[in-house]
Design a binder for this molecule. Structure first.
Ligand SMILES: Nc1ncnc2c1ncn2[C@@H]1O[C@H](COP(=O)(O)OP(=O)(O)OP(=O)(O)O)[C@@H](O)[C@H]1O
Ligand SMILES: [Mg+2]
Length: 321
């Protein structure tokens, strides 16, 4: 047969292969969707969280202030004072993770946690927002045992910026507003300015109306962090929990994130799991943890003078683990 029919044959066979390829790739999508669905059903099967809390958070009318409303009707202003009293904690019975942890954060103080991996830093923050409850000892928030506070109220008063931020499909503006659903456009933009996120947002194709897709895949990690900071800023919580990202981002963005975090911390009680010495240096108290125990505490100068673990971390290298 001639060259023309050979060409036609090749062309047709390619056309025939195409739908088969498509079926395979669609099939992969179906499998991924099934795996996702399975996880969703697993989630739905989880028993609801137990919550014995009866103290709730209420907003004072005509004022930007919050009060705790105790079960007996008494109200006390929300100040942001958090204390641990001899806390022991284990995720699994017989495997203690925290031993006799006592610490306090007065309103407006910045408390930094440092220590090697597995020391218990994240666990401490998990107890503050009651993802878990302490086994012995107690944690008080403005003098109220956190177990007496309704989880939903407690968490509304705590801002959290974690190492990786979850964004949803929607505009940049909506993603910031997620911090407080009744915030106006102006408030969201002001928050972005404070968070040092305004300049990169302005350079996006549609600015604040740019649609973020697939958990922020079209943004860099640093930019996602800046949005997380803006989101926390809009929520304006009296107490913040920050888990500093370890992975490296470019120095320019890094500086923006640092500036954003500094602005966010102002006037709040802050618990920060710090990986950068620049953040730790300015903390009111640095708490050094090892194997679930507090082994050193003090400010930067005091701990350096002590020539202990912190000194080792600080002089050993520039990054804390
Ligand atoms: N959900 C969990 N269930 C059981 N054990 C856990 C759980 N989360 C943490 N642990 C254990 O508790 C200990 C403290 O972990 P934690 O996550 O608080 O450490 P970390 O100081 O935050 O470490 P990193 O710097 O790696 O984040 C570790 O031994 C860890 O294996
Ligand atoms: Mg951790």
């Amino acid at each position: 047969f001639d060259i023309g029919s050979l060409a036609a044959f090749l062309q047709y066979s390619r056309q025939m292969g195409q739908p088969i390829n498509m079926i395979t790739s669609q099939f992969n999508n179906v499998l991924a969707a099934l795996a996702g669905a399975e996880r969703i059903f697993d989630m739905m099967d989880q028993p609801p969280e137990k919550d014995g809390g009866r103290t709730t958070l209420a907003r004072v009318d005509n004022a930007d202030e919050w009060v705790w409303k105790k079960p007996d009707g008494e109200t006390v202003p929300l100040r942001g004072d958090v204390r641990f009293h001899n806390v022991d904690f284990a995720y699994e019975p017989g495997k203690p993770v925290l031993h006799q942890v006592s610490l306090y954060a007065k309103p407006g103080q910045v408390i930094a946690f440092v220590g090697s991996t597995g020391a218990g830093k994240t666990t401490i923050t998990n107890l503050i927002n009651r993802f878990y409850d302490v086994q012995t000892g107690s944690i008080t928030y403005d003098g109220i045992d956190v177990r007496d506070i309704r989880k939903e109220s407690l968490r509304r008063s705590l801002g959290v910026v974690l190492q990786d931020t979850h964004l949803f499909t929607g505009t940049v503006l909506d993603n910031i507003r997620y911090g407080r659903l009744d915030a106006s456009d102006e408030e969201c933009i002001e928050a972005a300015r404070q968070a040092s996120a305004h300049s990169f947002i302005s350079r996006l194709p549609e600015g604040y109306h740019t649609v973020i897709s697939g958990d922020g895949a079209n943004l860099s990690q640093g930019q996602r962090q800046l949005l997380a900071i803006a989101r926390a800023y809009v929520a304006d919580p009296p107490v913040m929990i920050l888990d500093e990202a370890t992975s490296s981002i470019d120095t320019r963005t890094e500086r923006l994130v640092e500036r954003g975090v500094q602005a966010l911390m102002r006037g709040r009680t802050v618990f920060i799991i710090a990986h950068r010495l620049s953040t730790v240096r300015h903390a009111n108290a640095i708490i050094v943890l090892e194997h679930g125990r507090i082994i050193e505490r003090g400010n930067h100068e005091q701990l350096l003078a002590q020539k202990g673990r912190y000194y080792q971390l600080y002089t050993g290298k520039n990054q804390l683990e």
